[in-house]
Every structure is written in C-alpha cells, then in structure tokens.
Design a protein around this ligand. Structure first.
Ligand code: PBG
Ligand code: ZN
Length: 346
C-alpha cells in the first residue's frame, strides 16, 4: 500500500482574482518569454499582410521600428526573435546575408537606439528569402512554370555555406543569439566553429533542434508563401511521430555546441519536452506556433473561452512539461492584458 503522505500537505491554492494571478505569473515568467516579430522591408507587402487580420501584432514595417520598439519596452517585453520579410526573393535567398538586409538593419537600429535593452535572437534560414520557400538551397528542374520541381534535392552543404554567411552578417550587426532553423545536418557544428574562428565567441546559439514537420505551421505558410502553401519539408524536418529521432537531434545539437535547444511546435510535443528536460542540462525552449495561436484566437472569437485564462494555463502547462523558455505570439497578448494596450496593438 502506498501511504499518501503528500495528502497531508496543504496545497498552495490562490483564490485571488485572475488579474492578481496574472501579475504574479508574469513576474515569475517574464524573463523567460520570447516574442517573435516579423520585420517587413516593403510597405506594400506589410499593408497587404495586415489584411489577413492574422498575427498582425507580430508584424512591423521596417520604417516604424523605433515606435514599435518603444511600445514593446513600455510593455516590458525584452526578448525578441526576429524574422525578416525582404522585398526581393531569389533562388539562393541572397537578401538573407546582405549586410544591409532587413534584419541586419533592424538589429543595427535597435542597438543604436536602445543599446542593450533588448535581447535579440535572430532566425537563420533561407525560406523567407528564396523563391522555393524551402529551408535549404534546392537543385532540380521544372518541367513548366507553376509545375513542381522534378527530382528536387535539398543541397545540405551548399545551404550550410549560406547559413554561415547569414550568421556572420547577423553577428556583425550585433545580435545576441543566432537561431538556426533550417534543420540541415551538422548546422550547429558548422556555425559554432565558424563563429569561434571569426571572433564572435560571445554570440550564443539557440538551435531549432527538434523542429517537427507539422500542419500546425499552416497559417504561417499560407500567408508567407501563398503560391506554394503546400511545401513538403519532411525530408529535413523531424518526423513528428518518432520520439527517438527528436531526442537524438536534441542531444546532437548540444554536442555540436548549441547553448539553448528548442522544440517546435509546443502543444502536441509536451511528451518530448518532458523527456528532454530529464536528459539535458542546457536551457530548453519551446515554440508555440501559428496553428496553436489560430486555435486559441478562434476559440476566443467564438466567445467560447477566456483568452487570458487559457494563455496562462497554456504557458503554465508548458512550464510543467519542462520548458525553461517559451516563444509565442501570445506573449504580447499576455503583457497587454496586464498593462493596458498601447495604441498600435490589438
Ligand atoms: C521556417 C519557418 C517555419 C515557421 C517560421 N519559420 C516553419 C515552416 O515553414 O516549416 C513557422 C512559424 C509558425 O507556424 O508560427 N524556417
Ligand atoms: Zn526555414
């Protein structure tokens, strides 16, 4: 027979109003929340994307950077994961490593204006900069325009070379972290060696270690790569049904020099979070993605759920499963709920 000793311990249950609960919670988790932000280089593309009415708080036009960052600072949001939406795409995704590219300039502006107030993590991938929407350089041929590529291949090592150029340009601009997300083999080892050789030893790496091939990305893909919203990334993203593969990728990335490791998405991957948490010592990050956001916002629009309560429970359960840090579009909603909304948000 088990003796339920713990039943004699009184649970610490707070019956306070939800707002008090929220503020206490925010206090305890503030430093570990990371807000993703898409910076648009082109005003027309920015305005058009606002028409989708979707994730608009996570989008900013590059010329409005300073105002938007002042508002973020006012809300006490200080950890940001930056993604760029360039004006031009080409087959190599060359704008991704342009020294004056949209993210490179964004980082320089933030540093000049706000010094070290923000902790900046920068996405390292080519899919938003190339014409295919794949996370790697592709080779292959097209039978006719608008037809799929035949025998298309992802060129792993050519991609590493580009990821290296992107990373160095971001380091030169002053990023705190690079966040390689293209899921190429050996990307962390390649980038950590390159950064060490190039004198950027202080810049840290948060790798997308177990980035699963998932339909939870579909809202993001629909508005980012309208023409090819069906993209099969299964040859390089993690198989969502193979726990061992996910764990192996996390362990490899740590061995290759990753400072933080990340699991993406969050909701259907909490088992992986909790197993990883028990195996590793480096900070474990989880990314709550666009499909998860859509579920929550959809429910709240139908007036079926209380958004604030759901976000708190969502984040608390991710913590319980093992997340040290949480990346989420919902971070802003949570802070706005606690502080009142500056004009340009929500
Ligand atoms: C690709 C990338 C993805 C997301 C951001 N960058 C996934 C993908 O297209 O495979 C998804 C983000 C989201 O759904 O919130 N590097
Ligand atoms: Zn990508």
């Amino acid at each position: 027979m088990l003796s339920f000793l713990s039943l004699s311990v009184r649970f610490n249950i707070s019956f306070g109003p939800l707002i008090k609960n929220l503020l206490t919670f925010l206090d305890s988790i503030q430093e570990d929340l990371i807000f993703p932000l898409f910076v648009y280089e082109d005003e027309h593309a920015y305005k058009q994307s606002l028409n989708s009415g979707y994730m608009n708080n996570s989008k900013v036009f590059s010329k409005n950077l300073i105002t938007r960052f002042e508002e973020l600072a006012q809300l006490k949001i200080s950890n940001l994961l930056l993604f760029g939406i360039p004006t031009k795409r080409d087959s190599l995704g060359s704008e991704s490593f342009n020294k004056n590219g949209v993210i490179q300039r964004t980082i320089q502006t933030i540093r000049e204006t706000f010094d070290k107030k923000f902790n900046i993590l920068s996405d390292v991938c080519v899919c938003q900069y190339n014409t295919s929407g794949h996370c790697g350089i592709t080779s292959g041929f097209q039978v006719a325009a608008n037809q799929p590529m035949n025998e298309m291949m992802i060129e792993n090592d050519k991609t590493l070379n580009i990821l290296g150029k992107i990373s160095l340009s971001l380091c030169e601009s002053g990023t705190d972290f690079i966040a390689p997300s293209s899921m190429m083999d050996g990307q962390v080892l390649y980038l950590s060696n390159l950064m060490e050789k190039s004198g950027f030893k202080k810049v840290k790496i948060m790798s997308y270690s177990a980035k699963h091939n998932s339909c939870l990305y579909s809202p993001f893909r629909n508005y980012n790569y309208h023409k090819n919203s069906f993209l099969d990334k299964s040859s390089y993203q993690s198989n969502f049904n193979n726990l061992r593969e996910s764990m192996r990728e996390i362990l490899y990335d740590i061995r290759e020099g990753s400072d933080w490791v990340m699991i993406k998405p969050s909701l259907w991957y909490m088992d992986i979070l909790s197993i990883a948490k028990n195996l590793i010592e480096v900070p474990l990050v989880v990314q709550n993605v666009s499909g998860e956001y859509a579920l929550l916002k959809g429910g709240s629009k139908l007036d079926k759920i209380d958004q604030r309560e759901w976000i708190i429970h969502y984040f608390k359960s991710l913590r319980r499963a093992g997340a040290d840090k949480i990346i989420s579009y919902l971070v802003l909603d949570l802070f706005v709920e606690s502080e009142g909304s500056p004009k340009s948000f929500i």
